[in-house]
Ligand binder design. Structure first.
Ligand code: SAM
Ligand code: SF4
Length: 330
């Protein structure tokens, strides 16, 4: 089997697939004015058959995990069909989603029944008001109920991500609140450092803070760094025997972040992105139209791997072609 590998020896068993740019939230760092259709790009989002062919191709290239993202992936009407096709009809073993948790309380059971392997839920704060201020929506209770519902059905692979925002959710009290949450809940909670994108420079300047403060908190509170294998991905994880859940840090500005890169991205319109913050991105769509294009598609993707750069250049302020993460599939 061909395995996706770049010129730096990194392997790519993992794809992030955006299925829609549309989102119903207005997170200050991502879509502060809500979703606006791109007038310069009227191409439709990948349809189910294209997604199936794409996944089959990646599966034959050694990919075993696809994370569906967006925009907000759950806004698509055929969202559950997409999960099912990926899970049962494409050869991919692990199908996960990243969601803002909209209506999660109502969707929990159907999500589990569709064969989902894991869910990442974005919750920037457990404080209702702060949550509303960041996302523009008063939806925290339904998201938390959704987590309870998932747990009550026995679904265990739950991760919560929060973007670390200086002066908003980055105090010791905020960290303690999450600690109390994961003391009782078997979920992985991770802070992600706020990333600069083409659209959010002012927000970034105001709220970006290094995750070092959270790392120091973890060390002071006797959390133990958990080492994983070489291909485990960029999250640094911490455990503590007294807690059911784990803590984690995703620090894209840290020196070695890109060394553990194990993922490629596909935008909702079928562009292959070798890096979240790169400038390159060829479209694959013309090779997703018929089943007999599979070999040609595999060749094209394999050839692209030589163009993957060693690192992003975020620390130099270069955000590549990413205007906001809803567009590239965060
Ligand atoms: N709408 C879904 C959600 O919010 O989970 C999926 C798409 S969203 C773009 C994926 C993740 O990217 C979310 O966890 C979000 O908080 C994160 N994100 C968006 N913009 C970001 C930024 N500028 N810096 C860091 N994380 C960001
Ligand atoms: Fe929507 Fe997710 Fe962006 Fe928030 S982070 S605006 S939920 S796409």
């Amino acid at each position: 089997m061909n395995i996706l590998e770049d010129s730096f020896g990194r392997k790519f068993p993992y794809i992030r697939l955006s299925i829609s740019d549309v989102c119903n939230f207005k997170c200050g760092y991502c879509l502060p004015n809500g979703y606006q259709a791109d007038k310069n790009d009227t191409r439709k989002f990948l349809h189910l058959d294209e997604i199936k062919r794409l996944a089959k191709c990646f599966s034959e290239l050694g990919v075993n995990k696809i994370r569906i993202t967006g925009g907000e992936p759950t806004v698509r009407k055929d969202f559950f069909d997409i999960i099912k096709v990926l899970k049962f009809d494409s050869g991919i073993q692990n199908v996960s989603i990243t969601t803002n948790g909209y209506k999660l309380d109502k969707k929990a059971e159907q999500l589990v029944n569709s064969g989902l392997s894991g869910i990442n839920i974005s919750i920037d704060s457990l404080d209702k008001e702060i949550f509303k201020n960041i996302t523009g929506h008063d939806r925290l209770p339904e998201i938390l109920n959704g987590i309870e519902n998932l747990q009550s059905i026995g679904f265990e692979n739950i991760k919560i991500n929060a973007v670390l925002l200086n002066g908003i959710n980055s105090s010791i009290e905020d960290f303690n609140t999450w600690a109390r949450f994961i003391e009782k809940n078997k979920v992985d909670f991770r802070y992600i450092e706020l990333m600069r994108t083409g659209d959010n420079l002012d927000y970034f300047k105001k709220y970006h803070i290094s995750s070092k403060i959270f790392k120091e908190y973890l060390v002071e509170n006797k959390w133990i760094y958990q080492t994983y294998g070489k291909d485990a991905g960029p999250s640094l994880n911490y455990i503590n025997p007294k807690y059911k859940g784990k803590f984690g840090i995703i620090a894209p500005y840290s020196k070695d972040f890109c060394k553990s890169c194990n993922r490629l991205r596909i935008t909702s319109r079928g562009d292959l992105r070798l890096c979240l913050f790169g400038n390159t991105g060829i479209n694959l769509r013309h090779l997703l139209q018929k089943d007999n294009q599979l070999e040609e598609l595999k060749d094209l993707i394999m050839k692209q791997m030589q163009f993957k750069k060693e690192s992003h250049y975020l620390e130099l302020g270069d955000t590549g072609s990413t205007t906001n993460l809803s567009k590239t599939g965060g």
